[in-house]
Design a protein around this ligand. Structure first.
Ligand SMILES: Nc1nc2c(c(=O)[nH]1)N[C@H]1C(S)=C(S)[C@@H](COP(=O)(O)OP(=O)(O)OC[C@H]3O[C@@H](n4cnc5c(=O)[nH]c(N)nc54)[C@H](O)[C@@H]3O)O[C@H]1N2
Ligand SMILES: Nc1nc2c(c(=O)[nH]1)N[C@H]1C(S)=C(S)[C@@H](COP(=O)(O)OP(=O)(O)OC[C@H]3O[C@@H](n4cnc5c(=O)[nH]c(N)nc54)[C@H](O)[C@@H]3O)O[C@H]1N2
Ligand code: SF4
Ligand SMILES: [Mo]
Length: 750
């Protein structure tokens, strides 16, 4: 007998509601949940393969513990004993910074990843935190921190209402969107056009998204900050600046005008390889649109001027009065956000509160650049200890970060490493202990992160679709036990971790005059929490304290876990609304248009006006059926056009003597790889593209399908030295490479 169960999809940021078909304990089908208040039935091929990804036979079923050099199956008790025995001596002997914590992308797609790493970090007090954010969106956090005083205050384009959308370095038709949670992003772009709006796409490749655009600008990779600065220049020069309702909330307009004076379209045109007239047209169209939103993603972040580009995206929204207004870019308000406090000056955002040991990279948002992880392990200095133990949760930096070969070697030298990961892969193969979470069907789901980035305020929760199977441990419990083992409390009840957080949070809330529970007894509040597990009780607490919450009875109509459970398809909380000045936490209490660190970095951008690099550069790409490094093991999601090939323009192919299907040697600062050529008009001249997350040919892994067509690791072309200095974000796009044709393979041979 089959049944259905609801489950929010964890496979990308769109967070679609799925209706799963479950046979026994196995998910045999997935379709879009038509009643989902947010996704309304949308599903993509990845979500449709939820069952195949969930039941992958290569997923680990038990913990693995290294004995006599080999990873062997073990009990949970043995595994956590080994974790405590491995980590504590390192902390005690070398101090907390000798423990590196590495957090990968899937943490933003699990409840465990949202609820426990902050407790782990608070308990360990290590400065050695590395996450996928410095391969991704750290520039946006830094620009938000500087502009608004809050690194997590990220404005989201109002896709459903805007009249004009300018997409920079984003390909939502393949990625389904990022830092902009929108189920059916493709449908929303089509709807924008259908209501008479315009879409502009800036991308060196003619992507599926670019094909939808009214205007596609094939910019030279890495030059977006110049183009955007030139657009800002035009707005000032042509008196198109109109802050509208933002005026009282903004400071530094004159200083900003002066700072972009040198960036004329004429000066920027050559470095961007975009005509000055086009740059002027882009600026005028933005200013003329009744409402407009500028939005930048991976291609604008993972470049040498990533923070400046991210800052300029918001600057353009501000100069045209589009920040914080319907149809522009607004700040979402999620159900688990802290309740809004009255507007006023805040503490601001600090960078560089500590530095990495080897190359002295400044910390950003508490993190060090993941590009520096290998050297922080393998290089001794006079100051402090190298990293000797690593806790990796949902992270595969051997493939996702620059120079995987060096990191691969470095991880092999650690005193101890633990990976929380469902797979034995390129990174987890180095662990002394691997702790596998259950497949997603056996986990509940709540989007703590993506609800704060959603194009509509809404809240949804799905419990596990399949009961936790014998021998499995919930990832929330795995991480709670890991916290205990790492902080010297091994063996304590994991529920103590949740109780501690609940006590601390409620204790603070009752002393906060702006909290709905001000003055109440925290123990009485804790007793009122509902939920069948520690994580559910924490969710209930956050919802009830949150901006839409019931305030533990103070607002009887408000939300709590029980109300959410009574609405299995979610609760719609309405369109995004203007919120300024409330979200601002800058020292001035205003949007600080030209923050000091940005002003200090502008001379570097001014120098880039003279860049005339005419060598070949590399960019990445994503395929609809991929997800970074870990879905290549699902047969339904591989094959066809989802291949690790080098895209190259026909003219470049001819120049290098390359034909479709030929093998080419690609060389970069960090190494060389060999890949098949795919000649395509869909990429500009002078640019080649390889996707990331491939290179599944290392020994000791257990991903049998992925190993059949391993592809190559594009990040081996990088040496990890190229960073955006303000954010520490790796430069993954616009990287110089060289090509050499290999002798053609004789295809007539068997
Ligand atoms: N060249 C290049 N490199 C890139 C990028 C690029 O565009 N170009 N993109 C970058 C970006 S944006 C990102 S976010 C990073 C991602 O980098 P990573 O986060 O390091 O890589 P992922 O492949 O997302 O997966 C990390 C690990 O999570 C595991 N995993 C999957 N589901 C779960 C789960 O439920 N629980 C746990 N504990 N583990 C799970 C997977 O098995 C995998 O080992 O890659 C970056 N690397
Ligand atoms: N199918 C699928 N979906 C995913 C993922 C996946 O791996 N596969 N990964 C998820 C993750 S972790 C993330 S962060 C998001 C990312 O979401 P997106 O940012 O939408 O992802 P990409 O498809 O990498 O799009 C980046 C685009 O930037 C272009 N580009 C490269 N360099 C430059 C440049 O210098 N300037 C400009 N203007 N453009 C440039 C590239 O050609 C590419 O088309 O996707 C998420 N969704
Ligand atoms: S778009 Fe993303 S969230 Fe929606 S079904 Fe596809 S992978 Fe899942
Ligand atoms: Mo990402």
């Amino acid at each position: 007998m089959s049944r259905t169960a609801l489950r929010i999809c964890p496979l990308c940021e769109a967070t679609c509601g799925l209706t799963l078909t479950v046979d026994g304990t196995r998910v045999t089908g997935a379709r879009g949940d038509r009643d989902d208040v947010f996704s309304k039935g949308f599903i993509c091929p990845k979500g449709a393969s939820f069952g195949a990804a969930d039941s992958d036979p290569d997923r680990l079923r038990t913990p693995l513990v290294r004995r006599d050099g080999e990873l062997r199956e073990a009990t949970w008790e043995e595994a956590f004993d080994a974790v405590a025995a491995g980590l504590r001596p390192v902390v005690e002997r070398y101090g907390p910074h000798a423990v590196g914590v590495v957090l990968g992308n899937p943490n933003v797609h699990t409840m465990a990843g949202a609820l426990y790493p902050p407790v782990l970090l608070a308990g360990l007090r290590t400065h050695s935190l590395f996450t996928a954010s410095t391969l991704d969106q750290m520039p946006k956090h830094v620009s938000s921190g500087l502009l608004y005083g809050d690194a997590n205050a990220i404005p989201v384009p109002d896709l459903d209402r805007t009249d004009h959308l300018l997409l920079i370095g984003a390909n939502p038709l393949e990625s389904n969107g990022s830092l902009c949670t929108a189920p059916d992003f493709p449908g929303k772009l089509k709807a924008l056009k259908a209501r008479g709006g315009t879409l502009t796409v800036i991308d060196p490749r003619l992507t599926r998204t670019a094909r939808l655009a009214d205007r596609h600008v094939a910019i030279r990779p890495g030059a977006d900050a110049l183009l955007l600065a030139a657009m800002a220049h035009v707005l000032f020069e042509e008196k198109l600046v109109d802050l509208g309702d933002l005026t009282p909330h903004v400071q530094g307009l004159d200083e900003l005008a002066a700072s972009v004076r040198d960036f004329t379209p004429e000066a920027a045109a050559e470095a961007c390889d975009v005509e000055a007239d086009t740059i002027r047209a882009l600026a005028r169209e933005l200013a003329a649109a009744p409402t407009a939103a500028v939005y930048g993603r991976i291609g604008s972040c993972t470049v040498p001027h990533g923070t400046l580009a991210s800052w300029l995206v918001d600057v353009l929204n501000i100069l045209t009065g589009n920040l914080d207004r319907p149809g522009g870019a607004l700040f979402p308000l999620s159900a688990t956000d802290r309740p809004p406090r009255p507007a006023g000056p805040g503490r601001g955002f600090a960078l560089g509160r500590w530095h990495s040991r080897v190359r002295r990279h400044p910390e950003a948002k508490g993190e060090l650049p993941i590009s520096a992880l290998a050297e922080e392990i393998d290089t001794a200095t006079d100051e402090g200890s190298p990293i000797r133990a690593v806790i990796a949760v949902a992270a595969n930096p051997v493939l996702s970060a620059p120079d995987g070969d060096r990191l691969d070697k470095a991880l092999g030298t650690l005193d101890f490493m633990v990976s929380v990961d469902p797979y034995l892969n390129e990174t987890s193969r180095h662990a002394h202990v691997v702790l596998p979470p259950p497949p997603p069907s056996q986990a509940p789901h709540f989007d703590f992160a993506f609800n704060t980035l959603a194009v509509r305020n809404q809240v949804r929760y799905t419990r596990a679709a399949v009961p936790l199977q014998p021998g499995r441990m919930a990832e929330t419990e795995i991480l709670a036990r890991l916290v205990l083992a790492a902080t010297g409390m091994h063996g304590a009840d994991p529920a103590a971790v949740d109780d501690l957080v609940i006590d601390q949070t409620l204790g603070k809330a009752v002393t906060d005059p702006h909290s709905p529970v001000h003055g109440r007894d925290p123990r009485e509040l804790a007793d009122r929490l509902t939920g069948e597990s520690g994580p559910e009780r924490r969710l209930d607490m956050m919802l009830r304290l949150g901006p839409y919450g019931d305030g533990f009875g103070a607002r009887p109509d408000g939300i709590g876990l029980q109300k959410l459970l009574a609405h299995p398809h979610g609760i719609d909380l309405g369109p995004l609304r203007p919120r300024l000045p409330q979200p601002l936490k800058t020292v001035s209490g205003k949007v600080e248009l030209l923050p000091g660190p940005i002003a200090d970095d502008l001379p570097r951008l001014r120098q880039a006006l003279d860049d005339r690099a005419d060598g070949l550069v590399l960019v990445g790409r994503r395929h609809l059926r991929s997800n970074n490094s870990w879905l290549h093991n699902v047969p339904a999601l591989t094959g066809g056009s989802n291949r690790c090939t080098l895209h190259i323009h026909p003219e470049d192919a001819e120049r290098f003597g390359l034909v479709d299907g030929a093998q080419v040697r690609v060389k970069g600062a960090g190494g060389a790889v060999t890949a098949p050529v795919e000649v395509t008009e869909g990429i500009r001249r002078g640019v080649v593209s390889l996707p990331h997350g491939w290179g599944h040919d290392r020994p000791g892994t257990r991903m049998s399908h992925a190993a059949l067509d391993p592809g190559v690791n594009v990040n081996q072309l990088l040496d990890g030295s190229l960073l955006d200095p303000l954010s520490g974000n790796a430069v993954l796009n616009g990287v110089p490479v060289e090509l050499a044709a290999l002798a053609p393979v004789d295809r007539t041979m068997p």
